[in-house]
Design a protein. Structure first.
Length: 268
């Protein structure tokens, strides 16, 4: 009898330990699509959006049918996908890790088609340089499943210490009844230090984020996102255009001018 109780206790202990280990290893809460599955799902959704975007003959029902086929392939619902996007959008580190794997997967598929070299983050000793290598124009639409712009620059030669960055873009299509519909986040990594700048867009026009880094460390990576931050589907389209990501060398007159402008705004 004692042996039976002992064996039962051991089994309960093993089961409890396994549950704790599984919980500790889980990176997403219940109801959120796990990273590996979400990575594959994002690849297929992005390829579908690229395909339909390049072919204006696709009707709205045809696009929906295409997306539903992707959800059925991975045995998820559109609501689960939307909820997962929102959750990952609030956990940038996990989203970027997953997104980088998705981008690498897409690159492998492209390279398998022929001798295609991916874009490389530009570097230069010039006082100022536009390092944006992505599309300059985007559209956020109610029927789009990924109304966001993701950028990630990892130069072979890190950017110089103390570099300052200005991410700028034009927006139009925002209506007065939309409450802060666009959220932007910009990060720079310098060794073990991560600097963050965030902004919300509430009106049409030119918008920018200014991020000044530490003078003693080189910048190894800059990345971030601009995303639709509302479930409102009443709008027709939001347009984002004329993207630039200017990098300024430490000590350049442009940085001093921007610091002076920001100080003046804060004193008003």
């Amino acid at each position: 009898m004692a042996k039976t109780y002992l064996e039962a206790g051991i089994r309960r202990g093993v089961a409890l330990f396994a549950a704790v280990v599984l919980l500790a290893c889980s990176r997403t809460p219940a109801g959120i699509i796990p990273e590996k599955k979400m990575q594959k799902l994002i690849v297929d959704v992005q390829l579908a959006e690229t395909m339909t975007g390049m072919n204006p003959q696709y009707t709205y029902p045809e696009r929906r049918t295409l997306y539903q086929s992707i959800f059925e392939k991975y045995q998820v619902t559109e609501a689960e996908y939307d909820s997962s996007l929102i959750w990952y959008g609030k956990h940038l580190e996990q989203y970027m890790r997953m997104y980088n794997l998705a981008v690498a997967d897409v690159k492998r598929q492209i390279e398998a088609l022929g001798d295609v070299k991916p874009d490389v983050a530009p570097t230069s000793n010039a006082d100022s340089l536009d390092i944006w290598i992505f599309r300059r124009y985007y559209e956020f639409m109610p029927q789009s499943l990924s109304s966001r712009v993701i950028f990630d620059l990892l130069p072979d030669d890190p950017y110089s210490s103390g570099s300052a960055f200005v991410l700028g873009w034009q927006v139009w299509g925002i209506t007065p009844d939309m409450n802060a519909p666009i959220e932007a986040c910009f990060k720079a990594f310098q060794g073990d230090t991560a600097l963050v700048a965030k902004s919300t867009v509430t009106a049409d026009g030119y918008h920018e984020i200014y991020l000044k880094t530490i003078p003693t460390k080189r910048v190894k990576r800059v990345y971030g996102y601009i995303r639709l931050n509302t479930a409102d589907t009443a709008f027709h389209k939001i347009y984002l255009d004329n993207f630039t990501l200017m990098k300024y060398r430490y000590g350049s007159p442009a940085i001093a001018q921007m610091d002076s402008t920001i100080a003046a705004r804060q004193s008003d």
